[in-house]
Ligand binder design. Structure first.
Ligand SMILES: C[S@@+](CC[C@H](N)C(=O)[O-])C[C@H]1O[C@@H](n2cnc3c(N)ncnc32)[C@H](O)[C@@H]1O
Length: 340
């Protein structure tokens, strides 16, 4: 029997409220402040310049969401980070993934306000609403370039570590990540596979930042940072060629072009791997993957996320002999295409 209950409608319909509290907490660096130890409500109010009217509600929402703990009540209530908030949202820790949420707060939150317009027009609702190239636009400004690269690294770090640990690199000698942004994937693969020669390839504007990161991680001797345009000329060749969140930026014919170029770049017996929120073939369960596809509507001219079955069709058309989907973390998988 159907028991009428609107709670799910409320949870989803007003979900933006809870989302914005977390995004503002990250913007205000609340979890970074608490990374230095527990603080009272009074201390946090002063440190974050909060109006007295907002302090208890703001902090206690975060307690109820599981991101903070609280002992006591009122102005002397003592707040601390939860274990996950402390690990992932304290800027002073190398495990910080807040970059993606800083960008979500600063760019996507506003752009998603225009979703209905995007649904009706099929047009992006961001900086390239009236035309232009997304990456040229993002990279024209040094701060935006850095924010974007931190966002990418934060979004994919768990997947990159899972992939570097799960994928058997034992029989391969060379690895190249195409559209590798700051070099996060090549670094994780290099750290776990000392025998591999690695490369991270992206647009020229990204190169200095990637070189700095690869150097800071102590793997410059095994990770080459190279620059170019993946639509111009052949891709660097390697036994294993990856693209993380690259295919979803582009329309179907551009996806096919990139997969065909990857086929040419992969050495015989090697593999091409796309690391993305691969949607379930039935398109019923991977909500985040389908939301990410709508995010590509907001952000790009023709991009969309895709199912494993679509990846298989494109990969076989490019010449790969078989594919498999290996789940990584949350909604993200490695879509692997093997070359005979
Ligand atoms: C959505 S980001 C993904 C970054 C990273 N691979 C990840 O998984 O987080 C797409 C990347 O493709 C790069 N890119 C875009 N157009 C490119 C082009 N024409 N040639 C080379 N790289 C390009 C961007 O600079 C950016 O780093």
């Amino acid at each position: 029997m159907h028991n009428p209950d609107p709670s799910k409608i409320f949870a989803v319909g007003l979900g933006f409220m809870g989302s914005k509290v977390l995004l503002s907490a990250i913007e205000l660096e609340l979890f970074t402040v608490l990374g230095g130890g527990a603080r009272t409500a009074l201390q946090l109010g002063e440190r974050l310049s909060l109006h007295p009217r907002s302090i208890a509600d703001f902090l206690d929402v975060l307690v109820s969401q599981g991101f903070l703990s609280r002992e006591g009540d009122g102005a002397t209530a003592l707040y601390a980070n939860s274990a996950d908030a402390d690990l992932f949202l304290d800027k002073n820790k190398p495990s910080y993934i807040g970059g993606i949420f800083e960008m979500a707060n600063h760019r996507l939150y506003g752009f998603w306000g225009e979703l209905t317009e995007g649904l009706k027009t099929g047009r992006p609702q961001n900086e390239i609403q009236t035309g232009g190239d997304l990456f040229a636009e993002l990279y024209a400004d040094e701060n935006r370039l850095e924010e974007f690269l931190h966002a990418m690294a934060g979004a994919q770090m768990g997947n990159f570590i899972a992939f570097a640990e799960k994928f058997d690199f034992g029989r391969y000698n060379t690895f190249c990540d195409i559209g590798g942004a700051g070099g996060a994937l090549a670094v994780q693969v290099a750290l776990r596979n000392p025998h591999l020669r690695c490369e991270t390839f992206d647009l020229p504007a990204v190169k200095p930042l990637a070189e700095r990161f690869v150097g800071a991680m102590g793997v410059s001797d095994r990770v080459d940072v190279t620059a170019g345009d993946f639509f111009e000329g052949p891709l660097p060749s390697a036994d294993v060629v990856t693209m993380g969140n690259v295919l979803h930026d582009w329309d179907e014919s551009q996806k096919q072009t990139l997969i065909s170029k990857a086929y040419d770049a992969v050495r015989p017996g090697g593999a091409f791997v796309a690391i993305e929120m691969v949607i379930d073939d039935e398109r019923r369960t991977n909500t985040m993957g389908m939301l990410m596809s709508l995010n590509m509507l907001i952000e790009t001219e023709g991009g969309f996320d895709y199912t494993g079955a679509q990846f298989d069709t494109w990969a076989r058309a490019a010449g790969f002999s078989r594919t498999e989907i290996v789940p990584l973390t949350g909604p993200t998988s490695a879509a692997i295409a093997y070359k005979d």
